[in-house]
Design a protein around this ligand. Structure first.
Ligand code: AHG
Ligand code: MN
Ligand code: MN
Length: 335
């Protein structure tokens, strides 16, 4: 049997990257390795979800006022536990927790990074075997190393992110992460439990033909959004249309597909919820960072998602994200 040494593992890749920075400490690589570990644990549970008592509701309501699923709780515990016991994270904030958690042990207070995450995205799809995900965001703390992290370490605008990424638990399991140097995609080889580099240097196509939005809310969107949706449907063959509508209902899967194939994903504000549904710190900022590195765009309809100054951990925002040409067409309708 020949061994294909062309496939690089996540650890090999991040360590090789480190060699470009003689003063790097390896803390970020280690943090990514921990995220990869927590994701593998969640993956095992997701794959046997129908067999063990992990489907269904947990019986509680989270800080966002949403029903909590058992897998939401499991995934949150895995990510929080792995990062707490690791050596590269000073504290976390999670969509599933009311407030941030500062790790106050001797090792963690010396760490320079904080991590924010949506441990399980697409909860409503868990019980019906449709792809779900995890989204994460990494910032350098602003308070002094050696002290316990505070709220200001977490409430930083997206343009301060050091890294961001997501995991898709889909037909295969993928971990995609971005630093300013590029977006890299790894596929889990379940036979050996390793993340293998399968999608190096992901670039979002400049134009695309897929639009993703919850059509059921059409009459609650503003005129500009309605006009753009109609434009997607009215394009004829001569101008590259009509576009195709695809909406899974797991943002991770929807944006992952559009990142690879080209497209636009929208979760606009509605008449009853002007801020929309998606959370700035756990869902929008990480994806806005990834798409920006990959050459696409993300806005709230007015300004870049990355430039929003957060005031609350669980803040929501309208979200438009995708291929540059489509984002520009949208901007013209919203103007
Ligand atoms: P979560 O499961 O973390 O609460 O997020 C679900 C989000 C997002 O993934 C998805 O795009 C959106 O909710 C779907 O919402 P609608 O059903 O309102 O379209
Ligand atoms: Mn989510
Ligand atoms: Mn979630």
């Amino acid at each position: 049997m020949s061994i294909n040494r062309k496939v690089q593992t996540l650890d090999e890749f991040t360590i090789q990257q480190l060699r470009n920075f003689p003063h790097a400490t390896g803390e970020l690589s280690n943090l990514l390795r921990n995220i990869g570990l927590a994701a593998k644990r969640v993956n095992v549970e997701v794959n046997k979800a129908g067999l063990v008592d992990i489907l269904g509701d947990h019986g509680t309501i989270n800080v966002q006022g949403e029903e909590v699923k058992k897998l939401d709780v499991y995934a949150n515990d895995q990510f929080t536990g792995v990062l707490r016991h690791g050596i590269s994270c000073a504290g976390i904030a999670s969509e599933e927790l009311d407030d941030f958690v500062a790790f106050d042990d001797e090792i963690s207070v010396k760490s320079k990074y904080v991590c924010l995450y949506d441990p399980l995205d697409g909860s409503s799809n868990i019980d019906v075997n449709v792809s779900i995900g995890t989204i994460f965001s990494v910032y350098k703390r602003v308070t002094p190393i050696g002290t316990v992290v505070k709220k200001e370490d977490f409430l930083q605008p997206g343009n301060k992110q050091v890294a961001a990424g997501y995991i898709v638990y889909g037909s295969s399991t993928m971990l995609v992460y971005a630093t300013r140097r590029g977006v890299q995609g790894f596929t889990l080889d379940p036979s050996i439990g390793e993340w293998a580099l399968s999608h190096p240097n992901i670039q979002c196509p400049v134009s695309g033909k897929i639009y993703s939005v919850n059509h059921g809310n059409y009459f609650k969107y503003n005129k500009g959004v309605q006009q753009y949706i109609t434009a997607c449907q009215q394009k004829d063959k001569s101008n590259g249309g009509p576009y195709t509508q695809r909406y899974i209902g797991s943002m991770v899967s929807d944006v992952h597909r559009n990142l690879i194939k080209g497209g636009i994903f929208m979760y606009p504000g509605t008449t009853d919820k002007p801020e929309g549904k998606l959370r700035l710190m756990y869902e929008c900022n990480p994806f806005a960072f990834i798409i920006a590195v990959a050459g696409g765009k993300a806005t709230n309809g007015e300004i870049r998602i990355l430039d929003i100054d957060p005031t609350k951990l669980h803040q929501r925002t309208p979200m438009f994200i995708g291929s540059t040409d489509m984002m520009d067409e949208l901007a013209a309708c919203l103007a």
